[in-house]
Design a protein around this ligand. Structure first.
Ligand code: SF4
Ligand code: SF4
Length: 410
């Protein structure tokens, strides 16, 4: 992300955070600051799980400057809805991301979120962070396969019991006793696989629309009876990062928040991090002035389209969709769907494929939007915030198990 872009993102997030975070005073942030400081001091005493890659060295190797990093830390602090005084802590947490073990599994999916994780047409700091996390298992990215891969997974689960974050990509088919999706030589169903790995995780992160709400596999008639992780996994903290694909910046935000505070971020009623999904697309859309002025694209290619008018009448679901992609955008923050003239299809909302992904405005569709209408606000919708679960990050002191990433550490 360019420095100019980071500055504008920071301004937007700061303004938005101020609107949403009205009830937290100095005492809250002072206590949080002390807790984060103590936690980072503890983490600092540990060796990295994967010390092949050093964060600051990677920054330099990618041709980025320290100034870029500090600008990024400042924008990310605003994105996480933290006061500017937390910026040095966020920068420190980024450097210590290699203390965090992550296991990533794929179920009924297209690997689009793994693609998003891999990105990219040019290095940026979010990408480097995703490079240095200790990815203990990711079947698409790792070198081993078959029995070797299975052993690696078992080793990682055993080694980091209670300490790893389990990222799940893809929906879970429940039909024919879960046998629409199996994995490994023992044909373990996706349901059993997910439950087994979730049992020993510190928290489960569902990434993308399929893992969160079932996504396209769950679209009518849902032949495999697909559901999201939260419909199957109980008794564990679950963080949903929906969208198709999930934005890598939001994955980084969740990871950073966890490293920094030892807890999961505040969530809305759909278990989405409030820092990323506390905003409507519509409220930060560059075409909003046209919506307010009643200037619409009436059909594709008309004068309104040429003038970048509002896309509501050709089906934009931005007024009903909560996501921050209108601020952080995609592809190195270069653009996003509405920026290129295509309406939002509400990919971060439940049942988006059946309810939203067609070219009619909701007002013409005889379907009640979850917001109740186009002019409800975030507050009226009722984010139903859950208190951030303090799930105390486990402190490890052992080696990475992933071949190709295994380090000389410990
Ligand atoms: S309806 Fe869509 S295009 Fe129009 S202002 Fe809202 S989000 Fe932007
Ligand atoms: S604009 Fe809408 S459909 Fe597109 S990525 Fe954002 S939330 Fe998803």
């Amino acid at each position: 992300m360019s420095i100019d872009k980071q500055e504008s993102v920071k301004k937007l997030f700061t303004a938005q955070s101020a609107k949403v975070e009205t009830n937290k005073g100095d005492a809250y942030y002072n206590e949080l600051y002390d807790r984060c400081r103590a936690r980072l001091d503890e983490l600092k005493k540990l060796k990295p799980l994967n010390n092949r890659m050093d964060f600051m060295q990677s920054i330099e190797e990618e041709g980025l400057e320290r100034r870029d990093f500090l600008k990024w830390a400042s924008a990310t602090t605003a994105m996480l809805m933290l006061p500017a005084s937390f910026t040095p802590l966020v920068a420190e947490a980024a450097v210590m991301m290699n203390r965090l073990p992550v296991i990533w599994i794929e179920l009924q999916d297209c690997a689009g979120n793994s693609e998003a994780l891999l990105r990219s047409d040019g290095p940026k700091i979010d990408d480097i962070i995703l490079d240095i996390i200790s990815l203990e298992f990711h079947e698409t990215l790792m070198a081993p396969s078959g029995h070797q891969a299975e052993k690696q997974l078992e080793d990682a689960v055993e080694h980091f019991k209670g300490k790893y974050l389990l990222f799940v990509e893809g929906s879970i088919p429940q039909g024919i006793d879960g046998h629409f999706g199996t994995i490994g030589a023992k044909a373990e169903t996706f349901i059993d696989h997910t439950l087994r790995l979730a049992k020993d995780a510190a928290a489960v992160v569902a990434v993308g629309s399929c893992a969160t709400f079932g996504g396209i596999p769950a679209a009518a008639p849902n032949p495999t009876d697909a559901v999201g992780v939260m419909d199957v996994v109980k008794g564990k903290p679950i963080i949903n990062i929906p969208a198709c694909p999930a934005n890598p910046s939001n994955m980084v935000g969740v990871l950073l928040h966890y490293v920094l505070t030892g807890s999961i971020p505040e969530l809305d009623s759909l278990l989405r991090p409030k820092f990323a999904f506390g905003y409507r697309i519509h409220d930060n859309c560059e075409r909003r002035a046209h919506f307010d002025a009643g200037e619409y694209v009436e059909e594709w290619g008309d004068e309104g389209a040429k003038n970048n008018f509002c896309l509501y009448k050709v089906g934009c679901k931005g007024p009903m969709t909560f996501n921050n992609c209108s601020i952080i955008r995609y592809n190195e923050a270069v653009n996003w769907p509405i920026g290129v003239g295509r309406g939002c299809i509400g990919c971060s909302e439940p049942d988006f494929w059946d309810k939203y992904a067609y070219e009619r405005p909701m007002a013409n569709a005889n379907i009640k939007a979850p917001t109740g209408g186009v002019e409800k606000t975030v507050d009226e919708f009722g984010l139903g915030l859950l208190t951030a679960a303090g799930i105390g990050i486990a402190i490890h002191a052992a080696a990475s198990a992933v071949a190709g990433k295994k380090s000389e550490e410990v």
